[in-house]
Design a protein around this ligand. Structure first.
Ligand code: PMP
Length: 449
């Protein structure tokens, strides 16, 4: 009821105001800000509860990590057992569990030869660029318009805000104007970054001819503006350009890793990058990330030549809690008796085909795109193949209203247009059916108004 939802808003709002006394913006990551604010208090399996006890079926999954569902009992049990062992990475020498996790990780992702563990996706992607620069002796980096690769200076440019800078024309075969996501990046660093349109091979070749490119860093599927898959031959073309021109090809699999398949999107595509980064689903929500890649690149960590050696350091690298969580998570994901990827595919397919039926029955022009358990509805006449098509074809206002209406009726998607939905192994067929019922009601009410 509307009385209940305004009470929800005010309690959450009160909590936000309280936190703001001490935390700028009231929360530790301002990317989590929504309007109206909803403060969550609990999550389990496919559900989340806000501070008023209202229950939601969750498809946000905390920006995608919770592939097994929230608070997975097997992951929790492993973590509790590890705590009882006397919790430490000791800060001196190797541990058995980091080696065991590395072995299992590389079994899951057999295209990669070595792996290092970090605490966040941002750290892993920033480190990939450092490694590429050390290896190639070059400084310039190509990034994707509409991609997101973390919060660090070396990647924090060109999300959605630069449309005004384009003068109403797409950029084809060249470089986008640079749009820093943050103040405080020195111009000298920005000069080294070159955003190009996704699915535009010519633009990459143009950058390589113009600048000394160390690395191309990209999400193999653009999943920070929904789900935009690579055109046939695109990733193969990038692989070929990397080989031809000697730059390091980096797949940022922080979102696609362990979601697109056990071996990442690189397994789905059959294209092997030189380096790739992982995070999110690799530990079902515990803070750990990985930089994986070719031995000759990652072994630079211990190169005898100090001019080539790449610093790898961190008090909490391979901290036993997230390492234990990741081990438990990867064991489940790779257990052939559980068939979790088949289950995720099937549940997500049921959801997206149901959504397509609803949109077409209600006369809403929509394209529902799925990659594994990631999915999104684009409201327009075509599924975008790049950022320009997205911003010029997608009905952002309808998307925002659609998300808000779903949230009011207990289906949680992040209330920002184009954010991907994530199905978890905890979503039951009943959850999916209930979700489709709500989507049907919501679309009907939006069409009527
Ligand atoms: N790469 C991609 C593709 C991401 O989606 C994200 C986070 N949304 C990151 C990197 C950064 O990861 P983290 O937030 O763990 O630093």
């Amino acid at each position: 009821t509307s009385a209940a939802s305004s009470a929800t808003a005010s309690r959450s709002q009160q909590l936000l105001e309280r936190n703001k006394q001490w935390i700028p913006g009231g929360m530790a990551s301002v990317n989590r800000a929504t309007s109206p604010a909803i403060a969550f208090a609990k999550a389990s399996g496919a559900y989340m509860w806000d501070v008023d006890g209202k229950k939601y079926i969750d498809y946000h999954a905390g920006f995608a990590p919770y592939i097994l569902g929230h608070s997975d009992p097997d992951v929790n049990a492993a973590v509790v057992a590890a705590m009882e062992q006397g919790l430490s990475n000791y800060g001196s020498g190797p541990t058995e569990q980091e080696g065991t996790l590395a072995e299992l990780f590389l079994k899951c992702v057999p295209t990669m030869e070595r792996v290092q563990f970090y605490n966040s996706g941002s750290e892993a992607t920033a480190q990939s660029i450092r490694v590429a620069r050390a290896f190639t002796g070059r400084d310039h980096v190509i990034l994707m318009q509409g991609g997101y690769n973390g919060n660090q200076n070396v990647v924090a440019i060109n999300l959605m805000d630069s449309v005004e800078a384009l003068g109403g024309k797409p950029v084809v075969g060249g470089e986008y104007p640079k749009c820093p996501m943050t103040a405080g990046i020195p111009q000298a660093e920005l000069d080294l970054l070159h955003p190009v349109e996704y699915n535009d091979l010519e633009a990459v070749e143009a950058m390589v001819k113009k600048y000394a490119i160390a690395a191309l860093v990209m999400e193999p599927v653009l999943q920070n503006v929904g789900v935009i898959p690579p055109a046939p031959g695109y990733l193969e073309g990038l692989r070929q350009l990397a080989d031809q021109y000697g730059f390091v090809l980096v797949f940022d699999e922080v979102k696609t890793g362990f979601r697109a398949s056990l071996g990442g999107y690189q397994e789905v595509a059959g294209v092997t990058p030189d380096l790739s980064t992982f995070g999110k689903a690799m530990a079902n929500g515990y803070p750990i990330a990985a930089l994986a890649g070719k031995a000759e690149l990652l072994e630079l960590a211990v190169d005898p030549d100090p001019n080539r050696r790449v610093l790898v350091a961190g008090t909490y690298n391979a901290h036993p809690i997230p390492v234990t969580a990741s081990l438990a998570c990867l064991k489940k994901l790779s257990d052939p008796s559980l068939q979790l990827y088949a289950q995720l595919d099937q549940q997500t397919e049921t959801l997206v085909s149901g959504m397509r039926d609803i949109f077409s029955r209600q006369g809403v022009e929509a394209q529902v795109v799925r990659q594994g358990s990631a999915h999104v509805a684009y409201f327009g006449s075509q599924a975008p193949t790049n950022w320009w098509e997205l911003i010029t074809s997608h009905d952002f206002a309808f998307d925002a209203k659609y998300r808000q209406a779903l949230i009011e009726r207990g289906i949680y998607h992040f209330p920002k247009p184009t954010k991907q939905g994530s199905v978890s192994a905890a979503h039951t067929s009943t959850d999916i059916a209930n979700t489709l019922d709500v989507i049907d009601q919501v679309v009907q009410s939006l069409v009527e108004h």
